[in-house]
Design a protein around this ligand. Sequence first.
Ligand code: NAD
Ligand code: UD1
Length: 337
Amino acid sequence: MPILVTGGAGYIGSHTCVSLLKKGFEIIVLDNLCNSKENAVKCISRITGKDVPFYPYDLRDKESVRSVFEKEAIEAVIHLAGYKAVGESVREPLKYYENNILGTLNLLECMREYGVRNMIFSSSATVYTGALDKASAKALTEESPLAVTNPYGRTKLMIEEILRDLHQSDPVWNIISLRYFNPIGAHESSLIGDDPNGIPNNLMPYIVQVASGKLEKLNIFGNDYNTKDGTGVRDYIHIMDLADGHVAAMKKLNDCGGGFTAYNLGTGQGYSVLDIVNTFSRVNGVEIPYVIAPRREGDVDTCFADPFKAEQELNWKAMRNLADMCRDSWYFQQSIS
Ligand code: NAD
Ligand code: UD1
């Protein structure tokens, strides 16, 4: 029986679909294409040689979501659809609450109506960042305090709480929340990757556009953080490792009879902005001009995962290194330039 992947045409969704299909799962994609292109779905088919039923529907339109459940015998849902730009969420909070929360509620109501109780939810390391002690640089476990600093993060935390309540109300609900750290890179085919609209907010999409000459230089947001070289430290993870994490989580869901559990998907290794710039230049032979700019509001010094729980319980571990991530990000950018 197929898995419904909401947001399956997006960056993480498309790679996750490839991993699932390669491991023999059947999938259906629902995506309103507000931040992606239908071509991504075609590329998933091209990479895997499998058909991918596609519904260009909006989760906020409950009737169209219901029609998918009516037509397809869905076994589980991987829910990635949502908005994700932190700065925009501060400017337009209602847009974020409407899309991320209402979309999720519609989806959950349809799942309940059609007896589908298995879900993997795309959460984020952002659920920890509001509680981070600036002075310390400890790995984050799933037990670390949760707090957020912006409406985007609040939607992630709220949805986790909704899912926890749902499981409490009916223990048959079987839910895994995956807290992603910083996915970068692309599938080795370069057919799919991260291709944001407009000027990128995130580091790697910005770097590749500097490398290709589309943008003039990188602004490094602060070099006075309490880190080894003063620039922010994050846990970058190859997108295909992250995608494989969903396959591991889906296997785990199939083995357990109900619950709500969160897992960090990260490598456990922190790299600074300068580490990324230098590794990118070394691996790809391209200089990245940069200037030191003021800190970006809401940024923290250091944020990296303790991935132990996922290793133990999902039998999953990130395998690719930073050089792989930089190389694959650059190959993809060249393929679309
Ligand atoms: P993305 O924007 O590439 O993918 C999200 C997809 O959801 C897009 O294809 C978009 O068209 C679709 N979508 C949005 N609202 C929709 C709606 N109402 N109905 C149907 N489709 C809708 O983003 P991504 O990087 O692939 O992120 C996927 C999920 O993972 C998001 O929920 C995001 O918050 C979360 N996440 C991402 C990161 C990251 O670094 N990329 C980190 C942590 C968490
Ligand atoms: C950001 C979001 C986070 C979200 C994640 C994935 C913020 C505060 N956090 O994480 O909630 O889950 O994206 O969408 O926006 N940097 C630069 N120059 C740039 C871009 C980034 O120096 O042009 C630095 C940042 O200061 C940071 C690091 O690079 O130290 C990584 O930034 P980014 O890729 O935006 O990810 P996060 O901030 O970790």
